[in-house]
Write a protein that binds this ligand. Structure first.
Ligand code: KMH
Ligand code: ZN
Length: 270
């Protein structure tokens, strides 16, 4: 089977230190967590920044410090968030792409997000796609609902992208439910030569990851999506969640992709 790329989503925009004291929020904490996840088997680090008071931030200088600190420790693939937090403007959200990371997220549609709305207008998506391609960044299409795949393919049809990579974010309250039928449906909608990752939310993180591993897909885990190890038991760290995926992958015969191997799979730097 193909090698498994594991993305570590360390921080996100919604989880707080009050909910989990081990949530990495400062650049130093995020870099340490990234390095631990890299050592555990993650090849991609999905980054969100926070202000000193813990509120979500897309400030380019904070992202710059996070990326520099991670790069000092390891050569993992950096994927910045352009989703930020609900309510941010697109100008605010897109700041970290100007640091030219290898990857960035690109959410291709508006979707309910718990009690909020995560807004991605067609015009904003076009603008973001163009800016990312200008900076030489590989987008990871964030798919919260099935129609968002069609939006992504529409963006792609007008642009020159060498490789398509999708992240199925499945189980967000208000968006597509985390079922194996829905995962099969999402996979059926993307081109055969595209790669895909699954980010199951909350209690769905582990089962969705296991389905993805068996189906030849890739996996995202981390505190952004889930802070529990199992029902009623907090995970100690982001790395602990990566370690479990690595153990299961070993049992089912999926070797883990190093960052260099992940770059090859994604067509980065070619
Ligand atoms: N925080 C969510 C509203 C991304 O990183 O691009 C959006 C999000 C997606 O987390
Ligand atoms: Zn994110």
């Amino acid at each position: 089977m193909n090698k498994l790329m594991i993305t570590a989503a360390l921080t996100g925009a919604e989880v707080t230190k009050e909910q989990h004291p081990a949530l990495p929020v400062t650049p130093e904490e995020i870099a340490i967590a990234a390095y631990e996840c890299f050592k555990a088997g993650a090849s991609i680090i999905h980054i969100h920044a926070r202000e000193n008071d813990g509120t979500p931030s897309q400030n380019i200088e904070i992202y710059r410090e996070i990326i520099e600190r991670i790069k000092e420790k390891c050569d993992v693939i950096i994927q910045v968030s352009t989703g930020g937090a609900v309510g941010m403007t697109m100008e605010e959200r897109m700041q970290p792409i100007f640091l030219k990371p290898e990857m960035a997220t690109l959410s291709t549609g508006t979707v309910n997000f718990g009690d909020s709305v995560f807004l991605n207008s067609p015009n904003d998506m076009e603008k973001l796609a163009d800016s990312m391609l200008n900076e030489g960044i590989l987008p990871e299409f964030e798919i919260f609902e099935v129609g968002m795949i069609q939006n992504a393919l529409k963006l792609v049809s007008k642009r020159d992208l060498k490789h398509l990579h999708f992240d199925f974010v499945i189980g967000v309250p208000g968006a597509i439910p985390a079922t194996i039928e829905n995962l099969l449906l999402l996979k059926s909608q993307i081109p055969n030569d595209a790669t895909w990752t699954v980010a199951g939310i909350g209690r769905h993180q582990l089962p969705m990851a296991v389905y993805a591993m068996l189906m030849g897909g890739h996996v995202r885990v981390g505190f952004e999506d889930n802070i529990f190890y199992k029902k009623g038991v907090f995970a100690n760290s982001n790395a602990q969640l990566i370690e479990r995926i690595v153990r299961i992958a070993d049992e089912i015969g999926r070797e883990i992709a190093t960052p260099t191997e992940a770059r090859k799979i994604l067509g980065l730097g070619i």
